[in-house]
Design a protein around this ligand. Structure first.
Ligand SMILES: [Zn+2]
Length: 128
């Protein structure tokens, strides 16, 4: 009885399936946070500040420009930093006029200038 050794073909079929690294994307993203605090932009220096708060100026329906400390007056608003520098440049460079779509009369301009003069200079505030 002759045993026939059957050679088994060494069929090394290495499935070269590209092992794509299972890099599961860490789905920790929750998307953009819904910000309920709208950013305000200073019309003079273009700084956006939400927290520290810019001072709002509003053009009333009567065409008057008022300083809106509460930020709740209706009308077209514009924002300025609470620093003298921004008030000065906003008034002298007519940034405020543009923002409010109004031509400030000299009286109003003087009144706002006077207010701005009561504010501290930027250099007096620590601006990070
Ligand atoms: Zn400013």
């Amino acid at each position: 009885m002759a045993k026939q050794a059957t050679k088994t073909k060494s069929g090394l079929t290495t499935s070269a399936a590209l092992v794509t690294a299972n890099q599961k994307q860490v789905s920790g993203k929750k998307g953009p946070r819904p910000k309920h605090v709208p950013q305000r932009t200073c019309i003079a220096c273009r700084a956006t500040e939400a927290k520290r708060g810019l001072l709002r100026l509003v053009r009333t329906p009567e065409g008057q420009v008022e300083i809106d400390e509460t930020g709740k007056k209706s009308g077209r608003g514009a924002y300025l930093c609470r620093v003298r520098d921004c008030w000065e440049s906003g008034l002298t460079k007519k940034g405020l006029d543009r923002a409010l779509k109004i031509t400030l009369d000299p009286e109003t301009r003087a009144r706002l200038k006077t207010f701005g003069d009561t504010l501290p200079e930027r250099s007096a505030i620590e601006v990070e």
